[in-house]
Design a protein. Sequence first.
Lengths: 421, 181
Amino acid sequence: MSGDGSEAGLASALRLEAYLDERLDAASAAALVEDLRRGGPMAAQLRAQAAFAGLLAQAADPTDAEAVARAVAERIDAESRPSALVRSVDRGIGRATRRRSRPARAWRWWPAAAAAAVFAVAALAWSMAGPATGPVVVGGEGRLADGSAASGRLHPGILVEAATVLRLAYPDGSAVALEPGARLRIDGEADGMRLHLEHGAIEAQIAHQPAGRPCRISTPDCRIEVVGTSFRLAAAEGRSELVMASGEVRVACDDGRSLAVRAGERAEIVPGRPLVARPAHAVATALFPDGLAGWRQLDGIWTIRDGVVRGSAPAGRSRLASARDYRDVELTCRMRIVGAEVAELQVGDYNWFARIPAVVKDGGWTEVRLTKRGGVLACTAGGQPVEFEPGVGQDPARPGCISVYIRTGSLEIADALITEP
Amino acid sequence: MDEEALVGQAMDGDREAFAELVRLHQGRLRGMAALCVVGRDDVHDIVQEAFIDAWRGLPRFEAGRPFGPWLRTICRNRIRRFLRDRRAQRSRELAAVDEALALEPEDDPGAERRIAALRTCLAGLEAGHRDVILRRYRDDAAVQDIADDLGRTPNAVSMLILRIKSALQRCLGQRLAGEPG
């Protein structure tokens, strides 16, 4: 462990100990790097020392196989429970559910109390509404096609648009929550629950359905058959997305494509693209969790203070780029551009960029949202779509760094979150 | 029950069968990760994520294929991802050594046996030395903190740790060679 027994070997071994302790100064780092690059017995001994430290940590670790198995089982159990619907339901009954901002490894838990509350509220509403078909509005606000408020029972054929999170309940305990702006048509129930999501997103927990009478939910792009599960389904122009929390559904499209999507998976339905189920455990994390570590200041001067990243250049451009590559990603942040008309948000190693316009209202801050998924790029600034333009213009699906750029003036970025599937 | 049957049951969603697979394979994955990553919490995270990846990937696992190599490939990817993500957050000095070490995750079937042997060697240390090693490697205490507790300088504690590790290395060699350590 003292290198080759010589003083030089001992010094090198001590430098490696400092590296393992993460307290290495620049001179020691340079010397250690030199020893490693030189190769030979000393380099081999240093590598063995590094590996031995890891084995020793495991030898000192009292965690046994049973504890590891238990931890994995708890994670699997947590991921199989619905989480997002809790947020909608809890808001309705006065409790708040916070989303964790650090890289969470488990979905949020479905509290048994919240589930019981849904059943209780649904049962009460049904007892008041009397026997008939269709779900009952149990919370939130929405409008029907004729402009009247959505309340009580929604009969088959009704189209409802949610103004706030609008919660519907069925007598069998199934619950559907429409996110604001979602438009849902309640179809007939002769041979099973039928819903058509025209636009927007719903989160659903569907009770186990009788044999031969699956719940069928469709969007303009696909239909899913549900026998008992919970999920989030979203429909936008030319694209639908399904995220499974528990159970399993089969997605089918008119062109013959079909796919089974299971708990913990996500599927995106886009005409002409293969149907693929991917892990759905994405959680938003801070883009700058450790200041500007992990970011390269390519031009200008970049600082971070009170969570606001600021870049400026006395004369000329400012550019900040991530040190790592991103493949599929969703990024949200607020931006403020001062002394310039636009800033650029670039993806895929500057292959594509979106011009974010400077604004005057709200103190100059604008909400920016970028998604890069399977080669499809989308960006909005202040709720308005922003087109992506080719920089180098190669394959938009390729992974690459994310960067921000301003030709003059200054750029501030706050509340930046990133989600990777 | 043989492993192929366990895998088949796990593919059908049997969580207890998958838990048994975890028990069977966790030691080897931990050994694999430990050769590249020192922090035991980091190793736990890597191994746990690897098992979760495997659980999610089971529906697409080809029945009849050997499960262990497939699982270790998943773990290897998790280790690489950890090292890559860590590199982005390290100081320039640490990142330079990371790059020079060029750690590449490899399966080492003997790592689990060496860890077991090291546990015995650790138990054979004198109490004071064992405490230093446990503080450093089980509790992940910084050398400075251990030095403060012992009333010594960090360099002196580093030297002490080196000497203790040398003794453990000799003990390990003897145990693996079949001699009592």
